[in-house]
Design a protein around this ligand. Structure first.
Ligand code: SF4
Length: 707
């Protein structure tokens, strides 16, 4: 029987799912998504499938993926955006699907390297203080009984201390010397990769998948790929390719390299090479003499490099804007070295020369150890460490040269600077990630499925496809599918546009939030596009709301994840959030009943990547605003609005404090993203009463409960 027929049979009345789960109810959208996924896996190609909350996406792709892997003996990789969703699929959803199908399929979970405990790091760590000693002892006991070594599963009462030291006991993605490591047999990362290579269905995350495009062998070969939360893939690929150079990066390499003098002289690489390798070499040999001189020269150069790095990154820093300046980092684009340094490139040349010197000399030291036959396992490890750190200096040299030169027209380059920082950092990222995405989705696997609640703007997938290098024009045709929401959204929500007619925007937002809170006392999430507006609105709400009202502002009162948990548990709370709260957070039922969108979420036009992309589009004769900025903002808007109705029984009110939704010539695709026509209000209090009346009404719709 074909894969498609098997999937149809599993979803049919009396099929495997109905037999296994007595409460099973067919959802037409879920079934059609599963069949299209099966068709793509079976016949190859690329599918973009949009499926909103409530469709039951995970089952719709896991079931055909499991049948395909079992039937063909081909490997399927399923990628989710977050590690917590990865855990949920691996621990809960996938076992349930396999059980329902009666399949025994080898499956594996693979996270990024830095999520695994490194036995060698745990062996050599020097805990600082009693708190750290206690955590290290717990880790040792836990590691002895846990075959996975997944640090996400380690818990300790002193979670702050563990969080602080986590990176010191985790596998270092660039510093792991697995080829020569003495603990390689107990290595959790190596074991996880071995399990993945033996599995037919492997669950990974976007970051690992993105890294696999450049790191051969990171993932075992696979024939089919399913990417969930696919609207985030482009951003993950872009951050994977981003390069940066900073004083901190130099400082970190100096720390790893160490010195032969000073308080911590015994812990760095140079001191260990001197203590171990020099005695092994013949006292009169030129190799020994040169190695000795090299170690001394590297060690004595550290302070000079620190000063030169301070000069270089201080020189490119912008003048502090004074006490009234924004408390957030500023990004300024540059197009070449001249814009950064003027005609005097001396400071850049000096630091480049230091980085080249450290890279060359460390690798020369590694060669000196190569010829030492009596070095044993410890010597081999030291040699590998010299090579790795030498290579990191060389990469720093290349990155700095590339970022200062800013010569590639397909990249955007910028310097960023914290509000009180005296030095800036250099960054660069590609304007398009289409080539990498295409390699990932089409050059490797024969079938790829990309799914998410938002992949289209007004039903059009072209923008997403173009950003991911897909489409007829790129030689990668794709199929698309839009699954409708299973919820009666038009009955579950009301939408309003607040138009305060040119007044202070933050004041208008604060007024409507306060009015809504006073008449309804429902959990209210306010989504901002700019920290500055959030800050002003927060200050005003402090005056408008009673002191007892639970009011939280992202970053000011805690990180997004922590505040989301608190908000979920409280009632009558107001949460003000930016970027990360627009998507990926689940607030079902009473956890969120009022959603306020402060502004339509357009990217900042002078963002370096946005600006560079606009230039490229104009060169192609395209108008950047309509071709790129509007569809991107519509996708983000849909993600934000999607926070409101999470279940068939939810009810909620959306307030958009941006009159462009009512009047702008480009309002169409934004309006199309809403399941109800928004009503325009000028008076915050009138709007609040109307909203409260809707929320207070008894549920007047017959809602279907979905399993
Ligand atoms: S190979 Fe060795 S250094 Fe690398 S992660 Fe495993 S135990 Fe750690």
């Amino acid at each position: 029987m074909s894969i498609v027929s098997q999937v149809e049979a599993a979803f049919a009345p009396g099929g495997a799912l109905a037999r296994h789960w007595p409460d099973w109810e067919e959802r037409p959208g879920q079934r059609s998504l599963a069949i299209e996924v099966a068709r793509t896996l079976e016949y190859g190609g690329v599918l973009l499938a949009e499926a909103p909350t409530g469709v039951g996406k995970s089952l719709a792709y896991l079931l055909p993926a499991a049948i395909y892997a079992a039937e063909t003996d081909q490997r399927v990789v399923v990628a989710t955006c977050t590690r917590s969703l990865q855990d949920q699929l691996y621990e809960r959803d996938l076992p349930a699907v396999l059980e329902a199908l009666g399949l025994a399929l080898p499956v594996a979970l693979l996270k990024g390297k830095q999520n695994y405990l490194c036995p060698r790091a745990l062996e050599i760590i020097s805990p600082e203080g009693d708190d750290e000693t206690e955590v290290v002892e717990s880790l040792r006991a836990w590691a002895a009984g846990d075959p996975a070594g997944d640090l996400d599963r380690f818990s300790h009462a002193d979670s702050d201390t563990f969080r602080r030291m986590r990176s010191r006991v985790a596998t270092d993605p660039s510093g792991c010397t697995s080829a020569t490591c003495r603990r390689a047999r107990e290595c959790f990362w190596a074991r996880a990769r071995r399990r993945a290579s033996e599995a037919k269905l492997v669950i990974v995350n976007h970051a690992l998948l993105a890294r696999a495009t450049d790191a051969e062998g990171l993932l075992p070969p696979f024939e089919a790929l399913v990417v969930d939360e696919a609207h985030r893939l482009e951003g993950v690929l872009s951050s994977q390719l981003e390069r940066s150079a900073s004083r901190n990066r130099i400082e970190e390499l100096l720390r790893l390299t160490g010195t032969l003098t000073g308080a911590r002289r015994g812990t760095g690489l140079l001191a260990r090479v001197r203590g171990f390798a020099l005695p092994l070499l013949d006292a009169a040999s030129p190799t020994r003499e040169r190695l000795h001189a090299d170690l001394e020269r590297l060690s004595s150069r550290a302070d000079e490099l620190r000063t030169d790095a301070e000069t270089l990154f201080g020189r490119i820093a912008m003048a502090p804007a004074g006490a009234s300046a924004s408390p957030y980092s500023k990004r300024t684009r540059h197009k070449d070295a001249g814009e950064l340094f003027g005609r005097d490139l001396h400071a850049l040349d000096v630091v480049l020369e230091h980085a080249r010197f450290y890279g060359d000399v460390l690798r020369r030291a590694a060669s000196a150890l190569q010829v030492t036959e009596t070095k044993g396992e410890a010597g081999e490890e030291l040699q590998a460490e010299l090579e790795t750190i030498g290579a990191r200096w060389a990469t720093l040299h290349d990155d700095l040269a590339m970022l200062a030169d800013a010569g590639n027209r397909d990249w955007a380059y910028w310097r960023s600077q914290g509000p009180n920082a005296k030095v800036a950092e250099l960054h660069g990222a590609p304007v398009w990630v289409g080539d990498q995405a295409r390699r990932l989705l089409r050059d490797g696997p024969r079938a790829s499925v990309l799914t998410s609640a938002t992949l289209s703007a007004a039903g059009d997938f072209e923008w997403t496809a173009e950003r991911l290098g897909l489409g007829e024009g790129s030689g990668v045709p794709y199929e698309s599918l839009t699954v409708p929401s299973p919820f009666p959204l038009a009955q579950q929500m009301r939408a309003f546009v607040l138009d305060t007619e040119g007044g202070d925007e933050a004041e208008g937002i604060a007024q409507v939030v306060a009015a809504l809170w006073k008449v309804s006392r429902r959990n209210t999430l306010v989504l901002f596009t700019a920290h500055e507006r959030l800050r002003r609105c927060h200050a005003r709400l402090k005056q408008l709301l009673p002191a007892t009202a639970p009011l939280y502002a992202q970053d000011r009162d805690g990180p997004a994840g922590l505040l989301a948990e608190r908000f979920r548990a409280e009632r009558g709370a107001v949460l003000l959030g930016v970027a990360s709260l627009w998507e990926g957070v689940d607030f079902p039922g009473e956890a969120l009943e009022v959603l306020v969108v402060a502004r339509l979420p357009f990217s900042v036009p002078d963002d370096p990547v946005v600006e560079a992309r606009a230039e490229r589009l104009r060169e192609r004769g395209l108008e950047p605003f309509r071709h790129d900025a509007v569809p991107e903002a519509v996708m983000r808007f849909r993600q934000g609005v999607g926070r409101l109705i999470r279940r068939a029984t939810d009810r909620g009110v959306l307030v958009v404090c941006d009159p462009r939704l009512a009047r702008a010539s480009y309002r169409g695709p934004f309006r199309a993203a809403l399941p109800v026509e928004p009503r325009l209000w000028k008076d915050p209090r009138g709007l609040a009463h109307e909203a409260a009346a809707f929320l207070a009404r008894e549920q007047d719709v017959t809602l279907e409960e979905s399993p």
